[in-house]
Design a protein around this ligand. Structure first.
Ligand code: NDP
Length: 458
């Protein structure tokens, strides 16, 4: 009898190994390669941790954590400027609300699919937890491509998208923000439509304009936070940013403000890119050049090669910046943009540290190369958490119907990034190396897992 009971417990709870876990995940989520990749990276650390803490195993926390609370998929129909009817697909992945309302951005890009949104939503669990603010995790978006569309077309799409999404979100339920392809313009159109449909003015989206409930430094927060995080990593090695030669990829929101903070703190930014290639500026960007880039990308919606043409700099068509010698590298464009070959080039050229500004821009193989070479490496869930942190502060300001000054908010951002760094040190310190990936994953996990344990079986 006892033997039978033991056997049945074992069959319900197979041995927790990386192979078992990942093969089960792949079976349940076929074809979702980005989601598999992000779970694999996290489980490399969480499985050994959970093996040492059986309370999480017994409650099947890892299995529950990798299954979203719900996924909403919907049709979005809108009319283009020629009165043609267009159909796109909209998504919201509400991943986990154990420690607060679902929170995470919306991405509008032709590559958007369920796998990408599940990877982003999953990462958001740990990132939001690390900020210490009460935010759960979600992510959403559409395969709509804002590039080449008129303002009117973008407005009609955003209104149609929000008409459906509004049924599933709310200030205490789910609070979306921006991401790739969703900036101030798109947030404004969507928030306006939400306000109209619900006949209420609440902080149901973040990244809003300053005139209607937005927060100071939200636009700058992800890029600034990334640089503050790198500053902490360097400080831990008794080093600093001054005079460091830096590579940045991307030229969108994160890249722009990572570049600005580096310039302000005395570092030299020698590359910037977009999906068509990169620009090398051996003298380094200054604030005037950066203003040109910000106007080019956010107002004129042009290509980064136009920046190279204007300042007579070399543009490398369809190439990535990682072969240029540097001290520090900041991948700030998109997932899997820095692979093992790129990592080898960076290591060979003497790079000292890499901080992810984008989500999962570095492949698992490249992360291992950096770690084997004992370089400083921070995962996006730690180093790009500044954006969602200031979004959390925007929610607080909306709730108390107050707004704080940019000085106060930047001070809070610095404190949050410093705190995340300390959590990484606490959980990721090894004999002669800080494994920031381990530190961020375990620190982010513990709070959410303990909340899930407290709720019982849900
Ligand atoms: P933007 O849309 O403002 O900019 C994206 C940039 O990345 C553009 O320069 C774009 O080039 C480039 N890019 C996009 N796809 C590719 C590709 N396949 N290959 C090369 N370059 C590409 O987005 P954000 O700056 O907001 O986001 C960048 C990254 O940061 C994303 O991974 C996002 O998830 C992450 N992130 C953003 C936060 C935020 O607050 N905005 C918060 C936390 C993370 P092009 O102009 O040619 O499309």
């Amino acid at each position: 009898m006892i033997k039978a009971a033991e056997e049945s417990t074992q069959s319900k709870c197979p041995e927790l190994t990386m192979d078992n876990f990942i093969s089960g995940l792949k079976r349940r989520n076929p074809g979702e390669t980005e989601f598999h990749q992000s779970v694999e990276e996290v489980m490399t650390y969480l499985i050994p941790y959970v093996q040492l803490h059986p309370k999480y195993r017994k409650a099947q926390i890892l299995e529950r954590l990798t299954e979203p609370d719900r996924v909403i998929i919907f049709r979005v129909c809108w009319q283009d400027d020629h009165d043609a009817v267009r159909t796109n697909r909209g998504y919201r992945v509400q991943f986990n609300n154990s420690i607060g309302p679902y929170k995470g951005g919306l991405r509008f890009h032709p590559t958007v699919n369920l796998s990408i949104l599940k990877f982003l939503g999953f990462e958001q669990i740990f990132k939001n937890s690390l900020t210490t603010l009460p935010m759960g995790a979600g992510k959403g978006g559409s395969n709509f491509n804002p590039k080449g569309k008129s303002d009117d077309e973008v407005m009609r799409f955003c209104q149609a998208f929000m008409t459906e999404l509004s049924k599933h979100i709310g200030e205490d339920i789910d609070v979306p923000a921006g991401d790739i392809g969703v900036g101030a313009r798109e947030i404004s159109y969507m928030f306006g439509q939400y306000k109209r449909l619900k006949n209420e003015f609440t902080g149901t989206m973040t990244g809003k304009g300053l005139e209607f409930g937005g927060s100071e430094i939200r636009t700058e927060a992800t890029g600034f936070g990334c640089i503050y995080f790198m500053r902490e990593m360097l400080k831990h090695q008794s080093d600093g940013l001054e005079g460091k030669q830096c590579l940045i990829s991307g030229s969108g929101n994160v890249a722009q403000y990572a570049a600005l903070k580096l310039i302000q703190l005395g570092a030299k930014v020698v590359t910037i890119s977009d999906s068509s290639g990169f620009v090398h500026d051996p003298d380094g960007l200054d604030e005037e050049k950066l203003e040109f880039i910000i106007d080019l990308k956010t107002v004129k919606r042009g290509r980064i090669s136009e920046f190279a043409d204007h300042y007579k700099l070399k543009f490398y068509d369809k190439q990535k910046p990682w072969s240029i010698p540097c001290d520090l590298a900041f991948p700030c464009a998109t997932q899997n943009e820095l692979d093992e070959a790129d990592a080898k080039a960076l290591i060979k050229n003497g790079c000292q540290g890499i901080a992810e500004g984008a989500n999962m821009p570095v492949t698992i193989g490249a992360i291992k190369s950096f770690q084997n070479a004992k370089l400083l490496f921070s995962p996006g869930k730690a180093s790009n958490a500044g954006g969602v942190a200031v979004s959390g502060l925007e929610m607080t300001q909306n709730s108390i119907r107050m707004s704080w000054s940019s000085e106060e908010l930047e001070q809070r951002l610095v404190e949050i990034m410093t705190n995340i760094h300390q959590q990484c040190i606490r959980y990721g310190s090894e004999k002669d190396y800080v494994d920031y990936v381990k530190g961020a994953n375990i620190a982010g996990f513990v709070k959410v897992a303990d909340a899930m344990l407290a709720y019982g079986v849900l």
